[in-house]
Design a protein around this ligand. Structure first.
Ligand code: G6P
Length: 599
């Protein structure tokens, strides 16, 4: 969701900005633009559509001389995707240009105020108020101007700003939207995310909310809103640029599925070697809060934690949680799950829970992200950078993180005798191999995808953990293939939805939980009797399912609690092949964003 890149140095800025924006494409966008400062003038070039359009428009950047600039990929919130609504936005005087990620919530009020002062607006965006506000407050000093902007705007923002009066400065600030500062030799950068600048530097400042970064060619100084200098440690990125590149695969999504065994091993191994996580106190209740696929992990978490520890667990979509006046006490453990660590609703939910005294346990992939920083304890999923919008390896590592959390609590409660701990640890350490076995079955999965990719509507059904898994299987399929799909608790189907089953409707029955095999077989028969075609995902050795299904894909036997792990890889691959056969833009599905930094 909106990507920002900024550069100040001695090289031509525009090609560097284009290159950085390319690395941020995964975030989702519908238009792109740059503003370049050269010989006392700012030139803005921007256009609707893919980055390629901008690239062609400015001849790969060559058309725009200048060594200072800001670039942006926009994911429309206020105003349709169009040339004029694209960023950067410039002040009427042309003296200031700005890029923004986030939402200025009081922009209507500010717009009225600025119109009253004689400013004219040309776009429908909230961001344009920042350009005019900057012009209004500009007193020759960019830092002071920025402080005034911060005091006036409400909402979330990552801002990059240049002024033709200051060819040696680039200024940036963030609040509730991601922004990092890259430190180079004789050049410095701003970006929404590390891959955008990793080619140029590994040294980063992770700035906090309302910290202002003033970049020159020779250095970066950070200030608080009183304009006192802030000291910050340099964070060194320890992963390689190759981790954020396709490495010969056609799609990031496929590459990231291939990386699952290693990612899971990286996440589980260190915690098991240290003898699980330590808990001084045991919570009375657990509240899991997340969005999208991370929320689906939370539902698996509910089943697993309750089964193993008997601690009551509730799971909420973050955007609902924050507005439902949840019951939180100091004995509640709030588990916040997020790949990016920057999802706006999840951050807001975390803050609400914290305010009410809960302890926050973050399961986060991006080191140094907002959620990681604001949690009391963090368990990092070590999936590495995930680029495809549809999450795969991050989901898989989040699952294992939830298993580790459940087992750690059980141990802290004194309910995990050494032989049980060994059993679970062995099973967890087997997961990378089981996931690899799923990957080895990819031709068979592709075969079933080729049989069913023309489906108009799909129902995933399952019970217990298989229901939780169905939710993710269904989301994966619909988000990248655009086939309508729904997940239902298998027993619930007959309370309405079964009326949608007709001749040829595809039903994917998930049956990995042995104790529920007979129940799901009955549900399969119910839909078959109404004409459905059934593809089942079952645990090896479950002949009952084979007899009543039109096709079966098997997962290897494991402790039933861990079955979602290999099974989700299978469902991810199925979704991938269906979308591929349909010719979809797999890594960048329409309308979606990787990191949803607005409410
Ligand atoms: C977006 C992504 C999903 C992701 C969700 C939550 O919608 O497309 O794949 O599950 O955000 O993101 P998070 O970074 O908090 O896990």
């Amino acid at each position: 969701m909106c990507g920002i890149v900024g550069y100040i140095g001695t090289r031509q800025a525009a090609p560097i900005l284009l290159d950085g924006l390319k690395k941020l494409e995964y975030r989702g966008y519908d238009s792109a633009g740059v503003a370049i400062l050269n010989e006392g003038t700012i030139t803005v070039e921007k256009t609707k559509g893919r980055l390629k359009n901008l690239y062609d428009m400015i001849n790969g950047g060559k058309k725009l001389p200048g060594t200072v600039g800001i670039g942006h990929t926009r994911w429309a919130t206020h105003g349709e995707p169009s040339d004029v609504n694209s960023h950067p936005h410039a002040s009427e005087s042309g003296r200031i240009a700005v890029v923004h990620n986030g939402i200025i919530e009081n922009y209507m009020k500010l717009k009225d105020f600025l119109i009253g002062k004689g400013y004219t607006f040309i776009s429908d965006t909230d961001t344009e108020v920042v350009a005019h506000l900057a012009d209004y407050y500009y007193n020759g000093n960019l830092l002071e101007t920025m402080v005034k902007i911060i005091h006036r705007v409400e909402g979330s923002y990552a801002l990059g700003l240049v002024s033709s009066d200051h060819p040696d400065q680039l200024i940036a600030v963030r609040k509730d939207s991601p922004l990092i500062i890259g430190l180079g030799e004789g050049e410095n950068f701003i970006a929404s995310d590390i891959p955008a600048i990793l080619k140029y530097t590994r040294n980063i400042y992770l700035i906090d909310d309302q910290e202002i970064a003033l970049l020159t060619r020779d250095g970066v100084t950070l200030y608080n809103t009183y304009l006192e200098e802030v000291q910050k440690e340099v964070f060194t990125v320890d992963w390689d640029i190759a981790a954020a590149e396709k490495g010969g695969y056609e799609h990031f999504m496929f590459k990231e599925i291939m990386e699952e065994p290693q990612s899971v091993l990286n996440t589980v191994g260190p915690v098991l070697r240290q003898g699980l996580l330590k808990f001084d106190t045991i919570p009375d209740r657990i509240s899991i809060v997340a969005c999208g696929s991370a929320y689906h992990v939370g539902i698996v978490g509910k089943y697993v934690i309750e089964e193993l520890t008997r601690i009551p667990v509730e799971v909420d979509i973050a955007s609902e949680y924050r507005y439902r006046n949840p019951i939180i006490t100091k004995d509640t453990l709030v588990v916040v799950i997020s790949q990016s660590g920057e999802t706006a609703d999840t951050i807001a939910a975390l803050r609400e829970a914290k305010k009410q005294g809960a302890k926050i346990f973050g399961i986060v992939n991006v080191v140094g992200s907002s959620i990681a920083r604001e949690s009391d304890e963090v368990l990092y999923t070590l999936a590495g950078p995930e680029i495809a919008v549809a999450t795969t390896k991050a989901y898989s590592t989040q699952l294992t993180a939830v298993y580790l959390l459940a087992l750690s609590l059980k141990k802290a409660m004194g309910q995990l005798p050494p032989e049980d701990e060994k059993h679970y640890a062995d099973e967890l350490m087997r997961l990378p191999d089981l996931i690899s076995e799923m990957i080895e079955q990819k031709e068979k999965i592709q075969y079933y995808a080729s049989k069913f990719f023309n489906a108009k509507s799909v129902f995933f059904i399952g019970r217990g953990l298989d229901y939780a898994l169905s939710l993710e299987g269904s989301l994966k399929l619909k988000e990248i293939s655009y086939i309508h799909s729904e997940a239902y608790g298998a027993g619930e189907l007959k309370h309405g939805t079964i009326s949608l089953i007709e001749d040829g409707t595809l039903v994917i029955a998930v049956a990995t939980q042995e104790k529920l095999f007979e129940k799901i077989v009955s549900n399969i028969r119910e839909v078959k009797a109404r004409g459905a075609v059934v593809l089942s995902v079952a645990t090896e050795g479950c002949e009952m399912i084979e007899e009543c299904s039109d096709g079966v894909l098997y997962i290897p036997k494991t402790d039933p609690l861990f079955a979602p792990s290999p099974a989700v890889t299978l469902l991810q691959l199925f979704a991938y092949y269906v979308a591929s056969l349909k010719g979809c833009d797999i890594d960048k599905p329409r309308n979606l964003a990787k990191s949803v930094t607005v409410e």
